[in-house]
Ligand binder design. Structure first.
Ligand code: AR6
Length: 216
């Protein structure tokens, strides 16, 4: 099946102009702005079809594959991906490691290990999830990668509530783009798959990436 290039993924600025995203009625989150609306995209579909510089996998600490998006990425990349992952010695929760992409249309895969959501310790889960996004962004910059697509880490079998996870994803990405470290990143794509995550991002994105005065 055909892959999708970055130019086919609409930035938040255009989604506002086309009325596909609406301003939030809730108060904006402190630090929210429209400064990055041309660099943030929202895409619903299979992340394995995206021809971006890097896709971010929702892996487990073995890095040896599994179900969900991890399974889809390993299937589409082919067996060489698992062979490379076997050399990495696993990965701690909240961290990430980079590999080649083999048969995938992207250039690299960043494997992030999200937390299993802990209802007894939501702050601990949040710290791990923030660290996944932050580490993945740093790895992308270190490897001169400019376009990066995130799966909705931990919102599947790891049980992270979609609204909370979308808030952490948007907050961490916005802060990174606000910092000098984010200057070289051109496009960050939030990839959603299930309805619950599509809905969550439509609500959460406008609270962090607010429409500009010209509506974009
Ligand atoms: N493209 C984009 N997103 C997808 C795709 C896809 N092809 N398939 C699923 N999703 P999950 P987790 C979404 O369960 O919660 C694995 O077994 C899905 O709708 O894949 O971090 C690993 O090996 C959800 O929003 O990852 C770990 O053991 C998101 O991807 C464990 O699951 C993440 O769901 C990790 O659990």
């Amino acid at each position: 099946m055909a892959s999708h290039s970055v130019s086919e993924m609409l930035p938040v600025s255009l989604l506002y102009k086309q009325g596909e995203l609406r301003p939030s009625r809730l108060p904006p989150i402190p630090g929210a702005s429209s400064a990055h609306n041309h660099r943030i995209s929202l895409h619903r579909g299979d992340i394995t079809k995206l021809s971006v510089d890097a896709i971010v996998n929702a892996a487990n600490s073995s890095l040896l594959g599994g179900g969900g998006v991890d399974g889809a990425i390993h299937r589409a990349a082919g067996p060489e991906l698992r062979q490379e992952c076997q050399t990495l010695g696993g990965c701690r929760t909240g961290s990430a490691k980079i590999t080649g992409a083999y048969q995938l249309p992207c250039k690299k895969v960043i494997h992030a290990v999200g937390p299993i959501y802990n209802q007894q310790d939501p702050a601990g889960s949040e710290a791990y999830l923030r660290s996944c996004y932050d580490t993945s962004l740093r790895i992308a910059v270190e490897n001169n990668l400019e376009t990066i697509a995130f799966s909705a880490i931990s919102t599947g079998v790891y049980g992270y509530p979609s609204m909370d996870a979308a808030h952490i994803a948007c907050d961490t990405v916005r802060k990174f783009l606000d910092s000098d470290a984010g200057a070289t990143l051109q496009t960050i794509v939030f990839v959603t798959f299930e309805r619950k995550d599509v809905d969550a991002y439509r609500i959460i994105i406008p609270r962090h990436f607010t429409p500009a005065t010209d509506g974009a």
